[in-house]
Design a protein around this ligand. Structure first.
Ligand code: PLP
Length: 380
């Protein structure tokens, strides 16, 4: 049997060996509850705090500004609801963008149902939020602005520094969903100027079900969970220490290799893009000039993304579509709608997301499968 190609790394990555080993060691050696007063508990607490410090160091934060969560969805929910619930009456306006992940969009909709107002900033044809649009959207009632650092469907990197600057000019705290960016592009919370930042370990070769929310010291935030005193009383529940350790090791590992990985993935991208061009395939590459390394959102004219996905799957290649599907028809995603992608291309969108686990052979296999699919179905 030939080796399969996993090219859906923006959905989730394979856990790295060192992260897995760190988790096992942690589970075997530090199984005490960090809240317990006996020596095993104290040891576990020390390990948790060491992990917090190491994560903080990677993003240029203070240790006490890192809060462990169950991942990106929880971090995003917490950032928005935690801010909103600081203002049960009075100020009730939030600003976000049209191309956020559903963890933000659905939370925003929920808050609208509770009576909060939400403005959804439009994007240009590459997926960039225009900083002046944020300036116009902010009102005296605005309690939070939240724009993602990198888009999960098309990979566009947003001008977060400029956006945060504008929000602060109007005394509005700024949150960024950096779930696709952390571990992939260099970032520092001070450089970006953000007050809150969401991250998720399984996007950078760490374990699932663990992530963190960075909250700048002095940013008022209500807890989502009540009961326990963990995480400085703001996020109750016994901590998943092995997962925390796996995330820490995976983050350090990804960041150490970041420059090399970026160059390596650009090389793999070029194998696919050049090959498509050479064979005169009618496609568009979505997203801005500055994109997440290895993420290719490709739209093929007159095609169905879901059909391409299944053909590639039969060839042992895992990718995803750029569209949310239901059983009757392929719907164009909110992101592709927001960038006003030509209808002739929009439905034929797939997302290939490569990682350091992929090699040249994998990129060539993807290209060959796309070309053979083209030959079979596009009359070439
Ligand atoms: N935000 C973005 C941009 C994402 O891509 C994802 C996951 O795909 C999430 C949030 C949710 O993260 P998690 O899967 O850790 O809940």
């Amino acid at each position: 049997m030939t080796k399969g190609v996993y090219a859906d790394n923006a959905a989730t990555t394979k856990i790295s060996t060192v992260a897995l080993q760190a988790m096992q060691k942690c589970a075997e050696e530090y199984y005490g509850n960090p809240s317990s007063l006996h020596s095993l508990g104290v040891k576990a607490k020390r390990v948790r705090e060491e992990a917090r410090e190491r994560i903080a160091a990677v993003i240029g934060a203070k240790k006490m500004e890192i809060f462990f969560t169950s991942g990106g969805t929880e971090s995003d929910n917490w950032a928005l609801q935690g801010r909103a619930f600081c203002y049960p009456s009075g100020k009730k306006h939030l600003v976000t963008s049209q191309i956020e992940h559903h963890a933000i969009l659905k939370t925003a909709k929920f808050l609208q149902e509770l009576g909060y107002e939400v403005s959804y900033l439009p994007v240009d044809d590459k997926g960039h939020v225009e900083p002046t649009a944020l300036e116009h959207a902010i009102t005296t009632d605005t309690i939070l602005a939240s724009v993602m650092l990198a888009n999960n469907e098309i990979g566009t990197i947003e001008p977060i520094r400029e956006l945060a600057y504008i929000a602060h000019k109007h005394h509005v705290p700024f949150h960024t969903d950096a779930v696709q960016a952390v571990g992939h592009i260099p970032l520092s919370v001070d450089n970006l100027g953000v007050d809150m930042l969401s991250a998720s370990a399984h996007k950078f070769h760490g374990p699932r079900g663990i992530g963190f929310l960075y909250v700048r010291e002095g940013t008022p935030l209500m807890p989502l969970h009540h009961v326990g005193s963990q995480e400085y009383g703001l996020r109750a529940g016994t901590e998943n220490l092995p997962a925390i350790m796996g995330m820490t090791v995976a983050l350090e590992e990804s960041c150490k290799q970041m420059d090399y990985t970026k160059e390596y993935l650009t090389g793999l991208e070029q194998i696919i893009l050049k090959g498509l061009r050479k064979n005169n395939i009618d496609y568009r590459l979505n997203g801005g000039q500055e994109r997440l390394p290895g993420l290719l959102s490709l739209s093929f004219r007159g095609q169905e993304g879901e059909r391409i996905l299944h053909r590639l799957d039969l060839a042992g290649i895992s990718v995803s579509t750029g569209s949310a599907c239901n059983s009757h028809r392929t719907e164009v995603s909110h992101v592709l709608k927001a960038i006003s992608l030509d209808a002739a291309y929009a439905k034929g969108t797939i997302r290939i997301s490569l990682s350091r686990d992929n090699d040249t052979e994998a990129a060539k296999k993807i290209l060959a499968a796309l070309l053979s699919d083209a030959g079979r179905f596009w009359g070439q």
